[in-house]
Design a protein around this ligand. Sequence first.
Ligand code: 8YV
Length: 310
Amino acid sequence: MLIPQGALLPALQARLEKKYDARILPAAAQDQESFLKAEGEGIEALATNPKFGARAPLLDALPNLKVVSSLGVGLDGLDLELLRKRDIAVGYTPEVLNDCVADIAFALLLDVARGITKADAFVRRGDWYKGGFPMTTRVSGKRLGIIGMGRIGSVIARRALGFDMEVRYHNRRPVEGSQFQYASTPVELAEWADFLVLASAGGAATNKLVSTDVLNALGPKGYLINVSRGSVVDEKVLIEYLRDARIAGAGLDVFEQEPGVSAELASLENVVLTPHVASNTVETRAAMMQRAEDNLDAFFAGKGVVSSAL
Ligand code: 8YV
């Protein structure tokens, strides 16, 4: 089994190393090449994560690969077409992270609208002695637009009902039986919404889906929340819109170049930034690790991966 250095959480890596004949792929590109020349043919399984993924050059160096297990739900780092063509099984960890990702979507939404992070700093600085904190924006009862009404989007919608929010969504196609109204384009949804939450998959189909037209439609009173992938937003354009107050604010857990966040974005007052932590709770990470391990165990027991991405 091949494990790229740093791709798994240490606890999972330790468990897999104990159970399987595991090799750690070195991080440096020049070391990888010689490593793969020596070891590539013997590798049957790859344990990876959405960011490191499983793409063509690596897959080409693993001619006998039978199974990939990815620690996460995002598939944008996996070359699914090639994996399918080579009949390689692909396991991932859907469902178990829905709740925590939805929670962070709401945490970002509440923070950017109500100013929690700013209010905390205000209290700590002793500014309260000088006067009250400025008024913020109401969340309850407002309009929430969700781009990507999949497993995570549906849980975000459920959370929103608890805040008496009206929910509409945009998806590649309407979700059959959904209680929520469908918007046929992201622009139509953004025009209607007070808060626009991105919960879609990353990858080519959603690349820079949110740019000038969607942000214009969201407008100076609208907020953008992103818990999907940085690639879904044209970040350069978003920064301009935030800087010029052409949208009200943004809550972002994901970025174009992680872990790099542009200094300009980080200098803006109307954003709340978190370092891709939506699924990062003890409970959810334990469940994700279990599923990633179960996928491998089930595959090698001849039962096929538990959660197949194909
Ligand atoms: C994790 C994620 O940060 O599941 C995903 O697609 O982006 C996150 O849950 C990551 O996968 C951890 O490996």
